[in-house]
Design a protein around this ligand. Structure first.
Ligand code: PHE
Length: 459
């Protein structure tokens, strides 16, 4: 049974695939957006607290569940707690997997379009041509066809990796794409930090402005931490079910958190110095990467055409690589479930997942254009999916998983997983278990209730 399920071939593969899942649009697109809105360094500090005190314990819990059960997100809860309601956590995860892949692929599709445009030299154009990037962006995303075609191409790319299986698909491509991604980040940092006036951007990132911190910013920081580390949906339950008995769960989790945080912060160091250097505002929201940055590229192009061209192209390739290593992990949650639960081949399962997400993704894409007025619970499809996953399914899933590991699972089994059956010693085991049992669930619960209450009060 084991060998049929596939497994990662090396420790490096484990880290790069898990970090690949974590590092994504969340780091390069969403993180700077939230930093821009949340007052720079103040947001980053709060975010770091959530990463290491709340999201990392959830990640360790997911690893423990996945490797001890060696099954997909739903199957794992069935195996570890037969006939109990805990399976709801797995169900929510798989549902979340479908929803997140659908809306994520829409933004990834935009990225694909911007990559193609940059390669063709249309992104960094002479500023004299006075392209209005805001208008260009809006007219692209509201087009009924173009973004849907890019969405389909992106889903197909994801599909092609996932069908190849764990070692030949996910592991192999993560090992290829993650190093490329890291090299590009370093190159871009070099560009951005040498721009005139970059210091203002650096100051914005390093000097906490506490006056900008509102309860919403705190809530946003937790949502961002969960999203960025891919925790709460069973994505890492699924991945860790392919880990070997030798994989050190705690060490791997810490490494993934460090890589993910580094990439997020470095993306900040790429984006803000350039934005400040050309005198634009840092709080442009989601348009930061698709509207503000093209302006930066164009202004750079005006002065140094080659630098402008290369800068734009590398940036969007970076975004694309990051999106792809994450989308394969979302796809895998669903594919592993369908293939194991309904006893289908990986290929059939993957085709089903791709087809379903193509339909749901099209709904999301159309909600920026012709279906702007089609709403459910007061939200368009894209917003609804985003909201359901990041504000609801991820925190609730994270809460259930820490409670499951901290309070329900046999303590011996948990310790065996953390220490690889006593073969290694984990110095931080006690404090970590404390985080899993108390700190993470309490933190999530407080914030979750704070978030839900006003919603119900409004009604
Ligand atoms: N962590 C990914 C990112 O930062 C997003 C993601 C969410 C991946 C949920 C898998 C599951 O972009």
């Amino acid at each position: 049974m084991h060998s049929e399920r596939g497994s990662f071939g090396s420790q490096l593969g484990v880290i790069l695939a898990s970090a690949g899942s974590a590092v994504g649009l969340g780091n390069i697109w969403r993180f700077p957006t939230e930093v821009g809105r949340g007052g720079g360094a103040a947001f980053i500090l709060i975010y770091l607290g959530f990463i290491f005190l709340v999201a990392m314990p959830v990640m360790v819990s997911e690893f423990i569940i996945g490797r001890s059960a060696r099954s997909n997100a739903i199957g794992a809860f069935r195996k570890l707690s037969p006939g109990k309601l805990w399976v709801a956590a797995g169900l929510m995860g798989v549902l979340g997997g479908f929803l997140v892949l659908s809306f994520y692929s829409v933004v990834a599709g935009w990225t694909l379009h911007y990559t193609a445009q940059s390669a063709l030299g249309q992104m960094a154009v002479n500023p004299q041509s006075s392209t209005d990037y805001g208008q260009a962006f809006n007219s692209f995303v509201s087009d009924p066809w173009k973004p849907v075609i890019y969405l389909a191409v992106f889903l197909l790319l994801t599909h092609l990796v996932v069908v190849r299986g764990i070692q030949h698909g996910i592991e192999r491509y993560s090992k290829l794409m993650m190093p490329m991604l890291l090299v590009i980040i370093v190159l871009l940092m070099f560009f951005s930090l040498t721009m005139p006036g970059a210091a203002d951007g650096i100051r914005f990132l390093l000097k906490p402005d506490l006056s900008e911190v509102t309860p919403e910013v705190v809530l946003g920081a937790m949502g961002q931490a969960f999203f960025s580390l891919s925790v709460g949906l069973g994505c890492l339950v699924t991945y860790s079910s392919y880990f070997s008995e030798e994989t050190r769960l705690v060490k791997s989790a810490v490494n993934v958190c460090i890589i993910d945080t580094m990439v997020a912060v470095l993306s900040g160091f790429i984006i803000f110095p350039t934005v400040f250097s050309v005198g634009l505002a840092p709080d442009a929201g989601p348009g930061l990467v698709f509207i503000t940055l093209p302006n930066v590229f164009a202004l750079t192009f005006g002065k140094m055409p080659v630098v402008g061209y290369v800068f734009a192209l590398l940036f969007y390739v970076l975004l694309l690589l990051a999106a792809l290593t994450s989308s394969i992990s979302m796809h895998e949650i669903c594919t592993a479930f369908i293939s194991e639960h309904f006893r289908k081949s990986r290929q059939t399962a993957a085709i089903l997942v791709t087809a379903i997400c193509m339909v749901l993704g099209t709904f999301c894409s159309l909600s920026f254009g012709p279906w702007q007025d089609v709403t459910l619970f007061g939200r368009g499809f894209f917003d609804l999916f985003d909201f359901t996953v990041t504000k609801f399914l991820m925190p609730l899933g994270g809460l259930l998983m820490t409670l499951f590991v901290g309070w329900y699972l046999d303590r011996k089994l948990v310790e065996q997983q953390m220490t690889n059956n006593g073969r290694i010693s984990v110095r931080a085991m006690r404090p970590l278990l404390f985080l899993v049992r108390w700190v993470a669930p309490t933190g999530i619960l407080v914030i979750f209730l704070n978030e839900l209450f006003p919603l119900f009060m409004e009604r």
